[in-house]
Design a binder for this molecule. Structure first.
Ligand SMILES: Cc1cc2nc3c(=O)[nH]c(=O)nc-3n(C[C@H](O)[C@H](O)[C@H](O)COP(=O)(O)O)c2cc1C
Length: 226
């Protein structure tokens, strides 16, 4: 697969087929991703790749945890802005959220169904594999950029195996359960989860096309002679 094909065909999949992914395949994806660059080659990423009964336990215990402490009510180490949330970022976030509800036929005012869609994050949208990316707290926030590059590599490498992904910042709110069930030291911040599996092409959520700004909106070229 050409890199450009991997880039263009990657989407955040929010509906997966009930079809397993072999450990060897997940290993090959992570193996490719580990070639990512990082500041001073610190390679700050740690990955927990989870499937089967253990994934079911993660899901069950996370849902039970969220019943006591609803998602979004936690004090976050990295707050998505709510006050002073400036444009154009606020508008873009709103647009993709509403685009997803439209794709799913969810009325924008229907808080119950909107919440049900949020809760799909717990189930990795039906994917058979959940990946968790953690970083030693002493390396934050400096090395979070490295984490993003690594996760980007995972998402693109998955395409080579005809698999899809959805990064999930959602899991930041479920840290205590993940530390416990996956036996991750509290010295590590669980930066993101990620669903990995075979996309369900028929799932309405996967019809969402998220827009991108034109290159001239965010890139200035200077000093070129040709
Ligand atoms: C770091 C990161 C965290 C994300 N967290 C979530 C999440 O928790 N739940 C979700 O449904 N999508 C999540 N997304 C997916 C974004 O909404 C998506 O990448 C964006 O809307 C662009 O759409 P595309 O990935 O289909 O191109 C996340 C993406 C990134 C890069």
């Amino acid at each position: 697969m050409q890199l450009s094909d991997a880039i263009h065909s990657r989407i955040s999949a929010r509906g997966f087929l009930d079809k397993p992914v072999a450990k060897a395949t997940v290993r090959q994806i992570i193996e490719l991703a580990r070639h990512a660059p990082s500041g001073s080659n610190m390679q700050p990423w740690h990955v927990h790749a989870v499937s089967g009964k253990l994934l079911e336990r993660v899901i069950e215990e996370s849902i039970a945890f969220a019943e006591k402490k609803p998602i979004g009510s936690h004090e976050k180490e990295f707050q998505t802005p709510t006050e002073n949330f400036v444009q154009p970022y606020k508008g873009r976030r709103y647009a993709v959220g509403m685009g997803l509800y439209d794709a799913l036929g969810i009325d924008r005012k229907d808080k119950v169904r909107r919440n049900e869609q949020l809760m799909q994050n717990f189930y990795f949208f039906g994917a058979p594999v959940g990946l968790f990316f953690s970083v030693h707290r002493s390396l934050m926030p400096g090395q979070l950029g490295d984490m993003g590059i690594f996760m980007g590599n995972v998402m693109l490498a998955a395409r080579e195996y005809d698999l899809h992904t959805c990064a999930q910042g959602f899991w930041q709110d479920v840290q205590p359960v993940l530390h416990d069930v996956l036996d991750i030291s509290e010295d590590y911040f669980i930066f993101n989860g990620m669903a990995l599996g075979h996309i369900d092409p028929e799932h309405a959520a996967n019809s969402l096309v998220s827009g991108r700004e034109h290159i001239d909106e965010f890139c200035q070229f200077a000093g070129f002679e040709q």
